[in-house]
Design a protein around this ligand. Structure first.
Ligand code: N01
Length: 544
C-alpha cells in the first residue's frame, strides 16, 4: 500500500535501485532532507523487478558494488564471481538497513507526474495514489534499463497460452518441466533465460531475429585468495577501476588488465589470436579490453568478430544451427557482449530448437507462433525483448518543466541533455545514469556515486549562496549533444541496431542517448561545472 509520510522535502529521488539508494545516503549526509519514492514493494530497482531464472550481473561482484563505504565493501562477502539477482537484492536490502535508509523511502508508490512551479522553484511530484510531494530538487534515478520494450506482435491478443516477461517475472517459481516453451529475444536476458529453461522444458523453441556475440562468463564461487587480495587494497583497486573508460576495471584470470595500446592490425595473427584466447578463457567481459581500434575500425573489429564466430562453430554440434547462431552484418561490441553459462551448448540438446525470424515477423495464433507458414504450438511464451533504454523510464512519467513545457516534446527528436545530468527548461531536475551519460559502457554503480557527489556539490553551493534554481542553457545542451554525436560517429557503435543508440525500438531517435567519450573526459567536464562557477548554467533565486 502507498504510504507517503513526507510532503515537503529538499530532494525527491525517484527510484530505489543502486543509484537512488546511493543518492539518498550521500545527500542526507550533506544535511539535505531527502526521500526516495519507488513503485516496487522492496528496494532494489532493476534487481527487484528482474528475477527471471538465470539472471546474474556480467560485471564482477567485487566491482559491481558500492565503494562509498570501506566498511561496507570489507564486510560484505560475495559468494560468487558474478552475483546472482537474489544476492544483489540481498545486498541492496542490506545497504538500506546498514545506512538506515528505509525511514526515508516510500515503497509501493508510483510517480505519475512531476510539475515545476516557476514562482517557487519547486517540483510537485504526484503519485498514483494521489499523494503530492513538494521538493526543491528532483533526482531521477529511474534506471537506464528499466522501461520494458513490449513489441506489438500480430495476433498476440488471441494467444491462449501463458505469457512471461523477463522484465517482470512472477514472484513464485514457474515450472516449465512438462511444457512446450517459446522464447522471443536473444540478447543478454534471452541468453540467460534460454540456458535455464532449456534445462527444464519438455521442448524449448527459440525465435531469433539477431544472433548475439556471447562469451563464457565462467562464473564460480568467489576464490577466497582473490577476494582477500582485492580487499587488502580496495582503495587502489577502485582507483584503477575509475580510470578505465570502458567497462570498468576488467580482470583477466583475476589480474587487472588495461587496453593494449597497439592496433589489432599491426600485430601478427598469432599474437592477436593469443590475446583473444587469453581474454576468452579468462571469462566475462575481458574481451572489451583488447585493441582500441576494434571500437573504431571495421577491419580491426572483424578480427575479433571472426574469432568469436569460430568459437560458436566449435561449440555447436549441428553446422546449420551454428551458422544461424553466428552473428554477421554488425560489429562485435556494437551490442553488449552477452556473458553466457552454456548458452551455445543448449542448442546441442534434443529438446531445443532454433527458428530464424530475421526476415519474418512473428505472428501469434491461438495455440502458438506462426513463422513462414509453420505453426509452433506452445504452452508458454517468454518475452526477452529488452528495454526502451536510457530515456524510456523518464518519458513514461508526465514531466513538465518551466512554463509547463513537456519533456516528451523537448525530447521528441532525441534525448537532449547537458552532461547527461540535466536538460534545458527543466530546472532543478537531475538524472543519474540517464541518457547522455557514459553509463552503458562504464560501470553504472561507480557512475551513480560520482554523479550523486556532483549533484550534492552543486546544490550545496547554491544553498550557500541563497540560490534556488539551476538549469543548463540551451547552448550548453547543444554543445554536449554535438560533442556526443561527434564522438559516437567516430566509432563502430552506430552500425549496430542496439539499445545504446535506440535502434532496438522502431522510430526511436538515436540522438543524445549515450556518451561514448569515456569516463575521463566526462569526469573532467563535470568537475568543471563547479570550478568554472557554473559556466553554461543559469542560476537564480525564487521570487517568493
Ligand atoms: O535486451 P536486448 P536484453 N521480434 O535489447 C529481440 C543488460 N542486461 O534485455 O536484436 C523478434 O539486448 C531483439 O532482436 P534484435 C545488458 O546491458 C544485462 O536482452 O532487435 N525479436 C533481441 O534479440 C543488455 O545489453 C544482463 O533483432 C525481437 C532481444 O529481443 C541489456 O540489459 C542481463 C523483437 C532484446 O535484446 C538489454 O538486454 C540482462 C521483435 N519484434 C540484461 N523485438 C547481465 O548482466 C525485440 N526482439 C548479464
Amino acid at each position: 500500500m502507498e504510504v507517503v509520510t513526507k510532503k515537503d522535502v529538499d530532494v525527491v529521488i525517484v527510484g530505489a535501485g543502486f543509484a537512488g539508494l546511493c543518492a539518498l545516503h550521500k545527500l542526507r549526509k550533506q544535511g539535505f532532507n531527502a526521500m526516495i519514492i519507488d513503485a516496487g514493494s522492496s528496494v532494489g530497482g532493476t534487481w527487484y523487478w528482474n528475477r527471471y531464472p538465470g539472471l546474474r550481473v556480467d560485471i564482477e561482484s567485487l566491482e559491481y558494488s558500492f565503494s562509498f563505504s570501506d566498511e561496507l565493501q570489507q564486510e560484505w562477502e560475495w559468494s560468487e564471481r558474478y552475483a546472482s539477482q537474489a544476492e544483489l537484492l540481498r545486498y541492496l536490502n542490506h545497504v538500506a538497513d546498514r545506512f538506515d535508509l528505509r525511514k526515508d523511502i516510500s515503497l509501493n508508490t508510483r510517480v505519475v507526474s512531476a510539475i515545476f512551479d516557476d514562482a517557487t522553484d519547486k517540483w510537485t511530484i504526484e503519485t498514483k495514489g494521489g499523494n503530492q510531494i513538494k521538493a526543491r530538487y528532483c533526482v531521477m534515478a529511474t534506471g537506464f534499463l528499466s522501461a520494458p520494450n513490449k513489441p506489438n506482435f500480430s495476433g498476440l491478443d488471441r494467444y491462449e497460452g501463458k505469457q512471461y516477461f523477463t522484465t517482470k517475472w512472477p514472484d513464485e517459481k514457474v515450472d516449465f518441466s512438462d511444457k512446450r516453451v517459446g522464447v522471443i529475444g536473444t540478447g543478454s536476458s534471452g541468453v540467460q533465460v534460454i540456458t535455464e529453461i532449456g534445462k527444464e522444458a519438455e521442448h524449448l523453441t527459440v525465435f531469433q531475429r539477431t544472433p548475439s556475440f556471447c562469451v563464457p562468463l565462467r562464473n564460480c564461487p568467489l576464490p577466497p585468495e582473490y577476494e582477500k587480495s582485492v580487499k587488502s587494497n580496495y582503495a587502489e583497486w577502485r582507483r584503477r577501476e575509475r580510470e578505465e573508460s570502458f567497462g570498468g576495471w576488467i580482470s583477466v584470470n583475476y589480474k587487472p588488465v588495461r587496453m593494449v595500446t597497439k592496433s589489432a592490425l599491426e600485430v601478427t595473427a598469432e599474437e592477436r589470436l593469443a590475446l583473444y584466447e587469453d581474454r576468452y578463457q579468462s571469462g566475462g567481459l575481458a574481451l572489451y579490453n583488447v585493441y582500441p581500434d576494434v571500437y573504431t575500425d571495421m577491419e580491426a573489429n572483424d578480427t575479433l568478430a571472426e574469432f568469436l564466430r569460430d568459437k560458436i562453430r566449435e561449440r555447436v554440434n549441428d553446422p546449420d544451427v551454428a551458422e544461424l547462431l553466428v552473428p554477421t552484418g554488425y560489429p562485435v561490441l556494437g551490442k553488449r557482449l552477452c556473458g553466457d553459462s552454456g548458452y551455445y551448448e543448449t542448442y546441442n540438446q534434443g529438446n531445443v530448437s532454433l527458428v530464424d525470424v530475421r526476415d519474418e515477423s512473428i505472428e501469434f495464433t491461438t495455440k502458438g507462433i506462426l513463422v513462414k507458414g509453420v505453426e509452433y504450438e506452445l504452452d508458454s511464451v517468454v518475452f526477452a525483448t529488452g528495454y526502451d533504454a536510457l530515456s524510456g523510464a523518464l518519458l513514461r512519467i508526465d514531466i513538465q518543466g518551466s512554463g509547463g513545457s513537456k519533456l516528451k516534446e523537448h525530447w521528441k527528436d532525441g534525448a537532449l541533455t547537458a552532461l547527461g545530468m540535466m536538460t534545458a527548461g527543466f530546472p532543478n531536475m537531475f538524472f543519474l545514469n540517464g541518457p547522455g551519460s557514459p553509463s552503458p559502457l562504464y560501470q553504472p554503480v561507480l557512475l551513480c556515486e560520482e554523479q550523486s557527489d556532483w549533484v550534492g556539490a552543486w546544490i550545496m553551493d547554491m544553498r550557500n549562496k541563497g540560490l534556488t534554481r539551476i538549469e543548463p542553457t540551451e547552448r550548453l545542451e547543444e554543445e554536449w549533444v554535438e560533442h556526443s554525436t561527434k564522438v559516437i560517429n567516430a566509432t563502430i557503435f552506430p552500425k549496430a541496431a542496439s539499445w545504446y543508440v535506440g535502434k532496438n525500438i522502431p522510430g526511436k531517435p538515436s540522438i543524445g542517448l549515450a556518451y561514448f567519450g569515456g569516463i575521463i573526459e566526462y569526469r573532467k567536464r563535470c568537475a568543471e561545472v563547479l570550478s568554472s562557477g557554473f559556466k553554461g548554467f543559469k542560476l537564480s533565486a525564487a521570487r517568493k
